[in-house]
Every structure is written in structure tokens, then in C-alpha cells.
Design a protein around this ligand. Structure first.
Ligand code: ZN
Length: 343
């Protein structure tokens, strides 16, 4: 089979077509494709790269060039939505740290009000412009993925995650109202990302991890909202949940996304039989050997994921900022060696 372009390969893998080999991408996950080494090599550093569309796009392209990971991905942070809703953001002056919501300003659902011109709020225009630049720069060669928070995670950013967890016990109706509001926000925000030129929108829902909530809570508070987002978005969309998502895999699959992104805590060979047509992205550990181990240890993990039948090879939660470049490259090399043996 002729060699595919990365974009054709990722689309084919996600939509159930034939591929020349599995893609090695970082389309989904909380981290992106950028690490500290890439920031230093390009001189485009956090936090400036979060605020300037040209710098954001340049850094995303440099990550592809330096790692061989076959996509570009923006944004690099997780707080565009709460910032657009007026929450104060902490901007660490450190390339190994991402911005975080400093103050969760909402107490009750009645206080929530959609910004009048949502797509002009906060850094949303910066992200949309970065996607437009990427669209021009990468043409049809690389897939562009972008990110919106899952409705449950956004609700947690608005009200505070600990408070949201308490609210589940004390006032579940209010949780639903926060999640419903967040769902409307996410749908409009995600649609704008496709219009700007994103090929794939990832819905990142770390607060719905099996480490934080039970499968029953997932079914009651998260699944209906995620399903509505998937129904509304007409482009390729992915769902990422961190940690041990094993107990909710069936529910994740039923939400209707093209692919689910999972970490190493999930045993791919065990969940493969229950995902049906839905594709699996992952699950090389983002924070384990990729950060602390050697290239050989990363290669070993990579082969395990490939042998277990992963559809798109990715670091389970994106590239961690402190991960050494050689470890990231080891994942790409291992995939190519594995594929060459199968030709
Ligand atoms: Zn994650």
C-alpha cells in the first residue's frame, strides 16, 4: 500500500477505513504535542504562547517537526472556557506549568450568563485565529485537532471541582443546571473551532474520570451532556477521559464519539470487544516512563499498546511538559519499527 499522508491516515483510522499503518498522533488528551524542550528550541515559551495566535500556531508546527507526532494541536491549556466566563486565571511564568483557574466565581446556576458575544470572549479569538493560521500552513497534510472541555469538567471549573463533587450529594439538580449551561457553551465553542479549520475536536473530560466519580454518577450527570455534544457536532469528535476509565467505557462508547482516548490504566485488549466501531486512542503512559523512564522503556510500552490493538497510537493524556524529547521520539520510532516488520 502507498504511504499515506498523516491526515489521510488519521481520518482513515478514525472513520474505519484501511490504513498503511497505525497513526502516531496526539489528537486527544489533556496535554498537547508540545513539551519544554520544544519551547526552548523555538524560543516560543509559555505563557506567551497561550496568548498569541501566531506563536501558538508556530509552536504547534514545531512540535510536529521535532517529534514526528503526526498532527498539530491547539490550545496548550485547559482554561479558555472558564476565562471566557470571567474566572481569574493564574499564569505561571514557567514552561513546565500550564495556567489554571484561580477563582471559581460561580456559586449557583442562576448566576450563570452566556457572554453576549461568546466567540469574542477571553482568548477564544486567539485560539480561533491560531486554528485559521494552522489551516493555511499545514494544508491537507497534517490533521489539526483542537480542544473543548467536557461539560462536567467546565462545570467544575466554574464552581470549583471540590464544590461540584459536594453538590452531587447536596443539590444534584444544581449540578445538572451547571452541566446544562456548560453543554450549550461547549457546543457553540466547538462548532466555531470546526469553522475556523479544525479537523477534529476533542472533548476533554478529566473531571469525569473513574478516579473521581462512580459509573452511576457518570450516567446521571455526564453521559446525557456528552451525548448531546456528540449529536450536535458534525465533524470528527473524540472523547478523552483520564485515569482508570474502565468502569465507564461502555457508557463512553454509547455517547457517540468517533474515538475514545484512554490512559494506560485501561487494558485495551479487555475493552476492545465492547467498543464496536468506536476507535481507541492511547495509551502509552503520559506521566510514567515518558517522563521518568528511558527511550527503551517507552518503546516497550508502545509495543504493548500496538500489540493490544490500539487504533491510533498516542500518549494517553497527551505529551507531558517535562517529557524529554528523546522519549517522545522513541514512541514514534517504535511505531515505525513495529509497522516495518508487518509489511
Ligand atoms: Zn487527561
Amino acid at each position: 500500500m502507498r504511504e499515506f499522508s498523516p491526515k489521510r491516515r488519521a481520518f482513515a483510522a478514525l472513520l474505519g477505513g484501511k490504513v498503511d499503518r497505525p497513526p502516531v498522533t496526539s489528537l486527544a488528551g489533556c496535554g498537547g504535542t508540545v513539551n519544554v524542550d520544544i519551547q526552548k528550541a523555538t524560543g516560543i515559551m509559555f505563557p506567551e504562547a497561550h496568548k498569541d495566535p501566531e506563536k501558538m500556531a508556530k509552536l504547534a508546527i514545531a512540535a510536529y517537526e521535532m517529534t514526528g507526532i503526526e498532527n498539530v494541536r491547539v490550545p496548550f491549556d485547559f482554561v479558555i472556557e472558564p476565562e471566557a466566563m470571567g474566572c481569574k486565571i493564574k499564569w505561571p511564568d514557567n514552561p513546565a506549568l500550564v495556567p489554571a483557574t484561580l477563582e471559581h466565581i460561580y456559586k449557583k446556576p442562576e448566576d450563570l450568563k452566556m457572554p453576549e458575544n461568546l466567540l469574542e470572549a477571553g482568548r477564544i479569538p486567539v485560539l480561533l485565529e491560531a486554528i485559521r493560521i494552522l489551516r493555511k500552513e499545514v494544508g491537507d497534510f497534517l490533521p489539526i485537532s483542537s480542544l473543548a472541555l467536557g461539560p462536567f469538567t467546565l462545570a467544575g471549573e466554574l464552581v470549583g471541582t471540590a464544590e461540584l463533587m459536594m453538590m452531587i450529594m447536596r443539590n444534584p439538580e444544581n449540578v445538572k443546571k451547571f452541566v446544562e449551561f456548560s453543554t450549550e457553551f461547549i457546543i457553540e465553542f466547538s462548532k466555531a473551532q470546526y469553522r475556523a479549520g479544525a479537523d477534529i475536536v476533542q472533548i476533554g473530560e478529566p473531571t469525569a474520570s473513574g478516579d473521581l466519580i462512580s459509573p452511576k454518577m457518570f450516567q446521571e450527570f455526564v453521559k446525557p451532556a456528552l451525548t448531546r455534544v456528540a449529536d450536535e457536532l458534525k465533524g470528527i469528535r473524540l472523547l478523552h477521559i483520564c485515569g482508570n476509565a474502565t468502569p465507564m467505557i461502555k457508557d463512553m462508547v454509547e455517547c457517540g464519539y468517533d474515538g475514545i482516548s484512554i490512559e494506560e490504566a485501561v487494558d485495551i485488549s479487555k475493552v476492545k470487544p465492547i467498543v464496536g466501531e468506536v476507535k481507541i486512542l492511547g495509551n502509552v503512559s503520559s506521566k510514567g516512563h515518558m517522563v521518568m523512564g528511558t527511550p527503551d522503556q517507552v518503546k516497550e510500552e508502545t509495543l504493548k499498546a500496538l500489540d493490544a490493538g490500539v487504533d491510533l497510537l498516542e500518549p494517553g493524556c497527551g505529551i507531558s511538559l517535562p517529557a524529554p524529547l528523546d522519549n517522545v521520539k522513541a514512541m514514534v520510532e517504535a511505531l515505525k519499527e513495529w509497522s516495518a516488520k508487518r509489511k
